[in-house]
Design a protein around this ligand. Structure first.
Ligand SMILES: [Zn+2]
Length: 292
């Protein structure tokens, strides 16, 4: 009888005490650095988002695996995000993601699962040659893939860049003349659209690369590189037409070029590669899950 009347004031009293205690002693240290990985069961080709809540407003936390460090961006006050790209060339197994901030360190387990990719057997005449990039082409494309800019321009799920059917999926691996190509995988998705069919920007961003066959893009053909910001970038190859120039800002869905058969190709198609921190990752999740 007596305790029933006491319980509520007691609870209020306790929470006031707790509030006073937190003002005097500060938030508990364990709350100062919270980290979450998404997805928490990634497989080869996935992009892993590392979400961090930290009280250090102007001091970005760091994210690393072994000696490799990943760029971290402020998403809102006290909230940060990094992307860890994974590819078919990675070794499956348990990775340790180290996050530091506020003088604290957290180690998260990232179990990276194996995944079977389709394989192709290619027979080539070694004397042929001709599919090597020019130095100019190689330098331009490499510089583009290294871009990590601070602002985020994409919003929600990426659009399909062309209406054509997918003819080659991401991650296909190859045997050349019967020998497995260790460092090859199909670094994008091929759409078998007709020559001249429209290529649209799958997400907003700045055009940071335009290369043409005339300038020496003999492997990639007419090429567009689109920077979506924060280390996320699209590359479009083998185009017949290019409607944009370097420095242009494009919106999601905006026409940027047309499908072609330029560069080293056996037929007309669009190759769309999506890069995260310089690695070509599987764009499928980006198309359907709105990775932020
Ligand atoms: Zn391709």
């Amino acid at each position: 009888m007596f305790t029933r009347y006491l319980r509520l004031p007691l609870l209020i009293g306790l929470s006031i005490l707790a509030a006073i205690a937190s003002i005097i002693f500060g938030v508990s240290r364990a709350d100062a650095l919270q980290v979450m990985l998404r997805p928490n069961n990634p497989k080869l080709g996935d992009t892993v988002s590392v979400w961090i809540a930290s009280n250090a407003a102007n001091n970005p936390p760091t994210v690393s695996i072994g000696r490799k460090q990943y760029p971290v961006f402020a998403m809102s006050p006290n909230r940060w995000r990094a992307f860890i790209p994974t590819t078919p060339l990675d070794k499956a197994g348990l990775k340790q993601v180290i996050v530091t901030g506020e003088g604290l360190q957290q180690t998260l387990k990232m179990p990276l699962s194996d995944r079977q990719f389709p394989t192709q057997r290619i027979w080539i005449d070694e004397s042929g040659g001709g599919s090597e990039p020019t130095d100019y082409e190689w330098d331009k494309v490499s510089a583009f893939k290294k871009l990590v800019t601070p602002q985020k321009f994409w919003n929600g799920a990426f659009l399909r860049p062309n209406d054509g059917e997918i003819t080659t999926v991401f991650g296909v691996q190859r045997y050349y003349n019967g020998v497995f190509a260790d460092d090859y995988y199909h670094r994008g998705v091929d759409y078998g659209g007709e020559v001249g069919s429209t290529v649209v920007a799958p997400a907003a961003g700045y055009i940071r690369l335009v290369g043409t066959v005339g300038q020496g893009f003999r492997l990639h053909g007419n090429t567009i590189g689109l920077d979506h910001g924060q280390g996320v970038a699209s590359i479009f190859l083998h185009l017949s037409k290019i409607y944009v120039k370097e420095g242009d800002f494009v919106k999601a869905g905006q026409a940027i070029g047309a499908v072609g058969a330029t560069g080293a190709v056996t037929g007309a198609h669009l190759h769309w590669g999506l890069y995260v921190n310089g690695e070509a990752i599987d764009p499928v999740a980006w198309r359907y899950e709105a990775i932020e």
